[in-house]
Design a protein around this ligand. Sequence first.
Ligand code: PNS
Length: 174
Amino acid sequence: MTLALIPGSFDPVTNGHIDLIKRAGTAFDQVVVAVGVNATKEGWLAPGQRVQLIEESVRVECPDLDVRVVSFDGLLADLVSEVGATAIVKGLRGSSDFESESAQAAVNNDLCGIETFLLPSRSELTSVSSSLVRELFRLGAPVGRYVPSTVTLFLESIRPNKHGSAPAGFGLPQ
Ligand code: PNS
């Protein structure tokens, strides 16, 4: 059995991430999506919200794939053995991604012998990133082109109203 481990911050999950999950799902028997939680760096969405948004998006976008979503804190190499990963799979949007991803791939290989498969993004998705989505959202612009419908609905539910306060009673539980 082959298992692809796809780690990332997913803050929030984008159409680029979903495309990567789908492509890994056709090449590997199972996919584990791992939301990295950095204790020293506060994220935008809570880790539990990020996990739930990925789970729900995968259920809608690729219901036939065997995908599990976890969060992790610490070394990715430890998670590799915990879940029994065959390979790490990551997306490449351009040359700056290649530099940082190849360095991480080398370190992970040193730590536990795992190989990292780097998949180039589809051309229409090269400009899609979580940071772009956060910036558009912060400035009041629509984000629906870049994220799964589950994420659009969630973000619209937490968008502050014109008086600057967030609507009460919305959002995923953390
Ligand atoms: O979305 P990102 O920023 O590419 O995600 C980064 C993440 C979480 C995949 C990366 O920071 C990570 O692997 N963190 C775990 C810490 C670790 O194992 N470091 C050593 C290998 S570089």
